[in-house]
Design a binder for this molecule. Structure first.
Ligand SMILES: [Zn+2]
Length: 87
């Protein structure tokens, strides 16, 4: 279970948190984004090195069907990672 859906931007040092399922939040400089609230962890970044994950989850075995999904968006090089392992 997700407690905090949070990330830190390495570029602007902004800490962003998605509090609801459709709470899409970007950092000040726009390099990273989080989405999904407590439902799922969705991360967006142009460069994964800019994103430091600060999310907290309770220790629970991962649900079957948990998949790593990487998408490329239309926006230049902006990648999304949903429920993946970015640690
Ligand atoms: Zn930033």
């Amino acid at each position: 279970m997700i407690i905090k859906n949070k990330a830190l931007c390495n570029k602007c040092k902004d800490i962003i948190e998605s509090k609801h399922v459709h709470d899409f939040v970007s950092c000040k400089c726009g390099a990273i984004s989080v989405d999904g609230g407590r439902d799922y962890l969705k991360r967006g970044a142009k460069d994964w090195n800019d994103l430091i994950d600060l999310s907290e989850e309770t220790e629970e075995p991962p649900k079957p069907g948990k998949t790593i999904k990487e998408e490329k968006s239309e926006k230049e090089g902006f990648k999304w990672l949903v429920n993946g392992s970015w640690k």
